[in-house]
Ligand binder design. Structure first.
Ligand code: HEM
Ligand code: HEM
Length: 492
């Protein structure tokens, strides 16, 4: 036979490996100085992500190869708080703030009150994290309280950045061009107010001894996640989800219900970290009851987001930012519901001292908070800079991070449960260490995938950089938004 037979279908053609992603069809005409500010916040945050999780990766490997690095500054005790503080204050906080610096002016229909204050705050916060890392590597710590290891002068630097930003955003909202305050701004402003109070209370010297310190530690630890990371990232999602889906949020009232129940229930759950400790039994019981109450905001919040997504699955699969948001929402539901169960005395008895808690910490902080942040970044930055990341690399980022998370959390949840049960049955401690070997290896594999995804993400962020990143020219004024979520729940 000569020539080509065009009638015979080719067996390898016609079935693409992945769904083609839709390109961003909207470029927002924003003040380039604000774009640069947002981008630099995100870039600093990403540098902290890579550094902080490199440390996390090393710590994870140490469980399998304990002899890996014996210098004092390479010890587990010094590096663990470096990992947690860097990912908390460096990566997660700065990236959320970077996004909020866009969302608040946009939904308030006003320019940001002061770009300069925001730059100063960025300097203060970066300085705090750099000094904090040096302090911890030198073997100096504020004490045994988790996430409270930076000494107070360093945390004061961080807190002053927080207060400056809170003021800046408050002033922007106060001069808003809309009658109502959009729900995102309720969450974001509340997060700044509650966290400034929280950090102050946690660092006041009067409570830093004895059982009082334990109660404050519980309050600080869980309010850190519940009154800073959670409301900030939920506030951002109330803007990004309807914006990227181009439809209104399912129910504005459900958002308000979730907001107030979150504020009420979260405030009282700190002592669930110290179930069976010598803290008053009644306080522990209150914390457990309020942990059950947390189901209300969690169900209301996730229900609202999922109902907003209903009927838009095609848009979600064809977008490269929305799958991150979908995973974030589902993980918020799973991780928080898991947390409620962890608070029960019968289950806490088995899980408390095991790796199950570390699994929960990553399921929530990483699966929920970080995935939502990535969704926001991938949706927003190309709209601001006009530059899209390579779609294949965004896919790589998503799958490496997602599979890594599943392996990481799966290994620690199963291993942690078996270990807790083995302790309860009176098995020898060393046997329980041997039991964990395979699961720790699983965590090292999951962690490696997650870390690799962060390198891909860093490259993707670089490929989305604004064209005028290093040039300081022009003073374009922000235009009022065209299609934005509004308080009334409709897109205008
Ligand atoms: C909303 C419902 C939630 C409840 C009831 C809950 C409950 C709990 C409980 C009981 C523990 C302590 C386990 C133990 O030490 O025995 C815990 C630990 C933890 N949770 Fe949650 N959780 C919830 C949501 C979240 C969310 C949304 C995040 C993150 C944004 C989060 C982050 C953490 C972290 C980081 C730890 C570990 C703290 C440590 O270092 O000891 N949790 N949670
Ligand atoms: C490559 C990714 C990551 C790896 C390999 C990793 C690894 C680790 C390791 C080994 C620990 C110490 C666990 C222990 O004491 O037994 C840890 C703790 C922790 N990490 Fe990560 N981590 C990663 C990413 C993150 C991110 C992005 C966040 C937050 C946004 C985070 C938040 C935490 C928290 C809150 C703890 C304390 C958990 C607890 O005490 O229950 N990690 N991580």
């Amino acid at each position: 036979m000569s020539g080509t037979d065009t009638t015979t279908p080719h067996p390898t053609v016609g079935r693409p490996l992945t769904v083609a992603k839709a390109r961003i069809d909207e470029i927002i005409d924003a003040d380039h100085r604000l774009t640069r500010l947002v981008y630099v916040y995100l870039a600093c945050a990403t540098a902290w992500l890579v550094f902080g999780t490199l440390i996390g990766e090393y710590l994870g490997l140490k469980f399998t190869w304990p002899e890996l690095g014996v210098a004092p500054w390479l010890s587990f005790g010094r590096l663990r708080p470096v990992h947690t503080n860097v990912v908390f204050w460096g990566w997660t906080s700065l990236s959320m703030i970077g996004l909020a610096l866009w969302v608040v002016p946009r939904t308030s229909q006003r320019a940001l009150h002061s770009l300069r204050l925001a730059w100063v705050a960025l300097g203060l916060m970066n300085a705090a994290v750099i000094l904090g890392v040096i302090q911890l590597l030198a073997g100096v710590t504020n004490g045994a309280g988790e996430f409270r290891e930076f000494v107070w002068p360093i945390m004061a630097l961080f807190a002053s950045g927080l207060v400056l930003l809170g003021y800046n955003l408050y002033r922007t909202i106060a001069r808003r061009g809309t009658e109502e305050i959009y729900i995102s701004n309720w969450y974001i402003l509340a997060a700044f107010i509650m966290t400034s109070i929280l950090v102050t209370i946690a660092y006041l010297p009067w409570f830093q001894y004895g059982l009082g310190d334990t109660v404050i530690q519980g309050y600080y630890m869980h309010q850190g996640v519940g009154q800073w990371f959670t409301p900030m990232v939920l506030g951002l999602t109330y803007y990004f989800l309807p914006k990227f889906l181009n439809k209104p949020i399912y129910s504005y009232s459900l958002g308000v219900l979730a907001f107030w129940t979150q504020v009420i229930f979260y405030t009282m759950i700190g002592t669930h970290h110290f179930v069976f400790s010598p803290t008053p039994w009644i306080l522990q019981t209150v914390a457990i009851v309020f942990s059950v109450g947390m189901l209300v905001p969690v169900f209301a919040g996730t229900g609202n987001f999922l109902l907003t997504m209903r009927g838009s699955w095609r848009t979600i699969t064809r977008s490269y930012s929305l799958p991150f948001i979908f995973v974030g929402v589902v993980t918020y539901f799973l991780g928080s519901t898991q947390g409620t169960f962890e608070a029960f005395r019968t289950l806490n008895r088995a899980w408390h001292f095991t790796d199950f808690t570390v699994g929960h910490a990553h399921l929530t902080m990483y699966g929920f908070v970080v995935f939502l942040i990535w969704g926001g970044i991938y949706g927003l930055v190309p709209r601001l800079t006009g530059r899209e990341p390579p779609q294949l690399l965004v896919g790589m980022h998503f799958w490496l991070a997602f599979v890594g998370l599943v392996v990481y959390v799966g290994a620690l949840s199963i291993g942690g449960t078996l270990r807790g049960l083995s302790w309860m049955s009176g098995t020898d401690f060393l046997d329980s260490v041997r039991l964990m070997e395979g699961y720790w290896l699983g965590r090292a594999v999951g962690g490696t995938l997650m870390f690799a995804s962060h390198l891909v993400f860093a490259w993707n962020l670089w490929s989305m950089r604004p064209p005028a990143l290093f040039a300081d020219s022009g003073t374009t004024v922000q235009r009022p938004p065209q299609v934005e979520p509004t308080p009334a729940g409709a897109t205008s």
